[in-house]
Design a protein. Structure first.
Length: 293
């Protein structure tokens, strides 16, 4: 205030959901491309009368992003089998929603895995496949997302950061243990479907033991019965289909067993975020975040 007149804000928090905005705030169950996201962000910021010159003043304090996939396995069996991210157990925070799991991967981020299709089961008009699986990363501190090159709203308009976001989704999925509870046709696989089997291994002080046992378990499964492998291929295929190859002469790697997608043309991804209260009143900065479900 100056002489009793409002001249501006020292601290502003903005919470938005570009994906919901894209769908007229009905759902976020379809694919959401970077170009769609850029347009949605531009629309929202225009409505808020935030000028482009101010984008670099808007600090991104939290984001939430992921992929919607339709696996060839029953979504309930898939969610039931999702057990650990690295050595951290997935939990069901709300027992009325048994097909929604989350884990605190680190103190900076959470990993979510849930049945997106079942979330909108009462809305068939949205045409969301009931078997839709959502794998999602939620930051809890700006330190987490700064690694992807996102610090201010201005960075959200840099298409290259979406490569980093997509790569991080694939990297995090690699750390997930998915047990096929429907398959117990060998003594080892039967034993591995028991919850205490993995807990005992996790309790071992040597972290590498859990990783090696996870790799052993996946090798015991056929490709058809390896849910983790199937989702990995879906992630890679979705990323590949999202590549904007028209603006690049680079060839896309077709080796789906070992792939790093960094450095590829701009990919398409669901981008959503959630606000995180932070005191940034100094330096006249703004806080920016977006929310999802």
């Amino acid at each position: 205030m100056e002489n009793g007149v409002l001249i501006g804000f020292r601290h502003v928090e903005v919470s938005i959901s570009p994906h919901y905005h894209f769908n007229n705030y009905l759902h976020n169950g379809n694919d959401f491309k970077p170009l769609n996201c850029l347009k949605a962000l531009e629309d929202i910021l225009t409505l808020l009368q935030i000028r482009k010159a101010e984008f670099d003043l808007l600090k991104v304090v939290n984001i939430e992003y992921g992929l919607n996939l339709v696996p060839g396995v029953d979504i309930k069996n898939l969610i039931d089998g999702i057990s650990f991210h690295k050595r951290t157990s997935f939990i069901i925070p709300d027992l009325t929603k048994p097909y929604f799991k989350i884990t605190d991967a680190t103190k900076y981020k959470q990993i979510k895995a849930y049945a997106k299709g079942l979330q909108f089961i009462d809305y068939p008009e949205y045409e969301i496949d009931l078997n839709t699986f959502r794998f999602e990363i939620k930051s809890k501190q700006s330190k987490c997302i700064s690694k992807t090159g996102i610090r201010t709203v201005k960075d959200l308009f840099n298409e290259k950061v979406y490569d980093e976001l997509l790569q991080s989704i694939l990297d995090e999925w690699e750390c997930v243990l998915v047990v096929n509870n429907c398959l117990q046709n060998t003594p080892y696989l039967k034993e591995a479907t028991q919850g205490d089997f993995w807990i005992k291994i996790m309790d071992d002080k040597h972290r590498i033991k859990f990783i090696r046992e996870r790799e052993k378990y996946y090798k015991e499964l056929t490709v058809k019965n390896n849910f983790h492998h199937q989702i990995k291929l879906l992630i890679i295929d979705k990323v590949t289909s999202f590549q904007n190859v028209t603006n690049s002469t680079q060839k896309i790697s077709m080796n789906r067993e070992k792939v790093n997608i960094r450095g590829k043309p701009s990919p398409l991804i669901n981008l959503e975020s959630v606000t995180n209260s932070q005191n940034i009143s100094k330096n006249n900065r703004f806080g920016f975040g977006t929310s999802s479900i």
